[in-house]
Each structure stands twice: as C-alpha cells, then as structure tokens.
Ligand binder design. Structure first.
Ligand SMILES: C[S@@+](CC[C@H](N)C(=O)[O-])C[C@H]1O[C@@H](n2cnc3c(N)ncnc32)[C@H](O)[C@@H]1O
Length: 168
C-alpha cells in the first residue's frame, strides 16, 4: 500500500526526535510504521491492530524496533507500557468505544507525550467534522489541549497534549 498524504502528515505531526516509544493504533498494512522507522534512532514502535491479516503484513517489515500487538485498543493488555507518542490514521475510535479510548490514552501516554489523530473522510462527507468535534470534546474532558493542524481538505489532523490541569 502506498504512502498517502494522511500517513505523511500524521507522522510529521508527531514531531519525533528519534528516541521515542511510539504506538500506532490500527496500523493496517504498516505504511505509517515504515515512515516512523525512518525517523527513529533509539526509539521503538508498537504496531497494534485487531486484525491478524494486518499484523501479518507488518511482520513482513524486518526491523527489530517494531513490536506487533494483535488486539483492539479497548481490550489489549499493554501492561505498564507507556508511550511518548501515540497516533492513529483513519481510525474513528469514537465509533465502537464511545469515550473510553480517551481514558486509555490518558493512562498509556507519558506526561509530556502527544497524541496525533489523522482522519480522512470521503470528500463531501460530514464525517471528518463530526470526528474532529467529538475528539476535541472528549479529549478536552480528559484534560487534553487539542490543536487542529493545517491539512488539505478533507483531511482532519489533530494533535493533543495534556494540560497542566490533567496532572494529579
Ligand atoms: C481504515 S484502516 C486504516 C489503516 C491504517 N492506519 C492506514 O491508514 O493505512 C483501520 C485499521 O484499524 C484497525 N482497527 C479498527 N478498530 C481498532 C481498534 N479498536 N483497535 C485496534 N485496531 C483497530 C482495523 O483492523 C484496520 O486495520
């Protein structure tokens, strides 16, 4: 599968310095995983997907900085693993999980970590704006400040970081 503008924009928005522990939720074929690897030095990436077929595709990438995890975000046990950067491309976490995913992100993202969500709805569809509104609202309730980054329509690109209020 080819690199698209949404994959490139999502990985650029992570603003990696190369040393981070990164999580991609819904990694699919691993297109963005490859882009992240180009930017990592000592860092590592966990590629999570609920589809065995997708995980099998990522396993074809020969790079020991990747760990694959099979499972849905809402069910997988990540133990005490924490991440500096978490992202998802074309995955609407609101659909099946309600607001639960924001609590999970709050738990697994390190304090100064960032979350990037890139979502490209079909042209003319309202789904992108609904996605943006819902994410901003739900992340805000969890103590995140959400920035909407410039992106060519219809791509919605969000970057979230914790506000001071989110720290216990
Ligand atoms: C539309 S595809 C996008 C794939 C990839 N991110 C891309 O843009 O090329 C969505 C992917 O997310 C996975 N997925 C859906 N819900 C998930 C969840 N709750 N947890 C983990 N993966 C999920 C699907 O199996 C699928 O591979």
């Amino acid at each position: 599968m080819a690199v698209t503008a949404r994959h490139a924009a999502a990985v650029a928005a992570l603003d990696l310095d190369g040393t981070e522990d990164v999580l991609e939720i819904g990694c699919g074929h691993g297109v963005a995983v490859r882009l992240v690897l180009e930017r990592l030095t000592t860092g590592r990436i966990v590629a999570l997907d609920r589809s065995q077929a997708m995980i099998d595709r990522v396993l074809t990438i020969a790079d020991d900085r990747i760990t694959t995890r099979l499972g849905a975000l809402e069910h997988v046990d990540l133990g005490d693993q924490r991440f500096d950067a978490i992202f998802a491309v074309n995955l609407d976490l609101n659909l099946r999980m309600g607001a639960v995913w924001t609590t999970i992100i709050q738990r697994i993202l390190r304090p100064a970590g960032r979350l990037v969500l890139a979502f490209e709805a079909p042209p003319g569809s309202a789904k992108g704006e609904v996605f943006a509104r819902t994410c901003v609202e739900r992340l805000g309730m969890e103590g995140f400040a959400v920035e909407r980054l410039a992106a060519d329509n219809p791509l919605v690109l969000l970057r979230a970081m914790r506000t001071a209020a989110a720290f216990p």
